[in-house]
Design a protein around this ligand. Structure first.
Ligand SMILES: Nc1nc2c(ncn2[C@@H]2O[C@H](COP(=O)(O)OP(=O)(O)OP(=O)(O)O)[C@@H](O)[C@H]2O)c(=O)[nH]1
Ligand SMILES: [Mg+2]
Length: 418
């Protein structure tokens, strides 16, 4: 395991670095680094050459020697020049938060799509940082190690990375075409998509509602693929549920853009369930960040229900629960692990679904049992009024199903008035 020093910077001076470094520590461990020291600095402005101030750099030089650290990890996004300058002074690897996230994504990617997306994001990140990245990339290619690389080699390398980027882009387009076809086949169904910070329990919720076994793990970014499953259990309507990649503060932008299928599952949803881990000490900040990222993805106009999860861990803290119930009266409070609140959640989904239904009334001449069976496939029958020679049905129709319903009714009925 590589030994690493962690560095957090508090630019606004609001004292939020403490939390942020806890998260960085979790990320660093997930990416197989062993944190051996923490440093934070309050800064009025960023030093363009080294990001942090000279005094802090000197402190780090001493600490790197003392701990024999292999790397210094910054909880920020460094420019390629800052990374190079810092590596020259500190004489060890310098890594920033986006790179750590990319390393984790690389480890956790399973499917062809996720692997391609992560590789693409890594290469795009590497291109402007090639001198430093050489070590990482060459290690993958068979271990050339930390030796210095000449300028000619870097030029060659840059070209080969550009070629690889072009190839991956092409491959991704093909995969996304296949996805598009699958999505078209699902058109017309009501789709609910799970969104939320990483590790809040989205996949656990998916398993609870669909009875399937998507990977659940107590680690950051366990899910790197969007999966879509049918929810049938205890629902009056067919509903599709999509699990998506977890969100996190300072998520690399290239990475978000490359996870196009997750973005599509979110943007094309009829309803978002925003899952929040209420037992996390920093859940309010996570909630804010997830909503900000969702907005950036262009999904802020969609109907959304907040789902506060892991209430089983809140036995000693009813104040926080009460406070959130007051602040978000429409929210649902659940424990996916213990199956608490699942009925409330189902009701909330059904309520959102029904808000979209169009009322429709038809009058059928008797007897029409077959026809009624067919109608049930496309509409909800809320009332049946039997008269002497006919029956009036009050229906609720999902807008996308209206044409199918009309096709079924064609020639058999007439829209009733009143
Ligand atoms: N105590 C408790 N733990 C839960 C609950 N729901 C999920 N967890 C745990 O939280 C951890 C993360 O769960 P996941 O379902 O993998 O979370 P996720 O949001 O899909 O995470 P990513 O895919 O990594 O973004 C696992 O260890 C779960 O067992 C809950 O209601 N109570
Ligand atoms: Mg997951």
């Amino acid at each position: 395991m590589l030994k690493a020093l962690l560095v957090g910077v508090d630019i606004t001076g609001n004292g939020s670095t403490g939390h942020s470094l806890d998260e960085l520590e979790g990320l660093a461990r997930t990416a197989h680094y062993q944190p051996v020291g923490h440093f934070t600095q309050r800064l009025a402005s960023i030093n363009p050459k080294t990001f942090i101030g000279k005094g802090k750099v000197d402190e780090l030089v001493t600490a790197v020697k003392h701990h024999q650290a292999d790397a210094v990890i910054f909880d920020e996004t460094l420019t390629p020049a800052q990374t190079r300058n810092l590596e020259n002074i500190l004489k060890c690897g310098v890594v920033d938060r986006p790179w750590i996230i990319l390393e984790i994504f690389k480890d956790h990617a399973c499917t062809r799509e996720a692997k391609t997306q992560v590789e693409l994001a890594r290469l795009q990140y590497a291109l402007p940082r090639l001198t430093r990245m050489w070590t990482h990339l060459s290690r993958q290619r068979g271990g050339i190690g930390m030796k210095d690389v000449g300028e000619t080699q870097i030029q060659l390398d840059r070209r080969s990375i550009r070629d690889q980027i072009a190839k991956l882009n092409k491959k991704l387009k093909q995969i996304q075409r296949e996805r598009q076809t699958q999505r078209k086949a699902r058109r017309g169904a009501y789709q609910v998509s799970l969104v939320g910070y990483t590790n809040v329990g989205k996949s656990t919720l998916m398993n609870c509602l669909t009875g399937t076994h998507t990977l659940v793990a107590d680690k950051l970014f366990a899910t790197l693929d969007s999966t879509v499953r049918k929810v049938k259990k205890n629902f009056p309507y067919p509903i599709l549920l999509a699990d998506t990649v977890g969100l996190i503060d300072k998520l690399p932008h290239d990475l978000v853009a490359s996870f196009k299928s997750t973005l599509d599952e979110i943007r094309n949803a009829n309803l978002l369930l925003h899952v929040v881990d209420i037992s996390h000490p920093n859940f309010q900040e996570q909630l804010r960040i997830a909503e900000e990222l969702t907005r950036e993805m262009g999904a802020d106009a969609l109907p959304m229900v907040r789902v506060f999860n892991k209430i089983d861990r809140m036995a000693g803290d009813s104040d926080t629960l009460d406070h959130m119930r007051r602040q978000y009266p429409e929210a649902v409070f659940v424990s996916c692990r213990q199956g608490l609140g699942m009925d409330d959640l189902r009701k909330a989904i059904v309520k959102q679904y029904e808000a979209n239904l169009l009322p429709y009334r038809v009058e059928l001449p008797y007897p029409q049992n077959n026809l009624i069976q067919k109608i049930r496939k496309h509409a909800l029958i809320v009332k049946e009024d039997y008269h002497q020679t006919s029956v009036t049905l009050d229906l609720r129709v999902w807008p996308q199903h209206k044409s199918k319903l009309l096709a079924v009714l064609d020639g058999h009925s007439q829209p009733a008035t009143g």
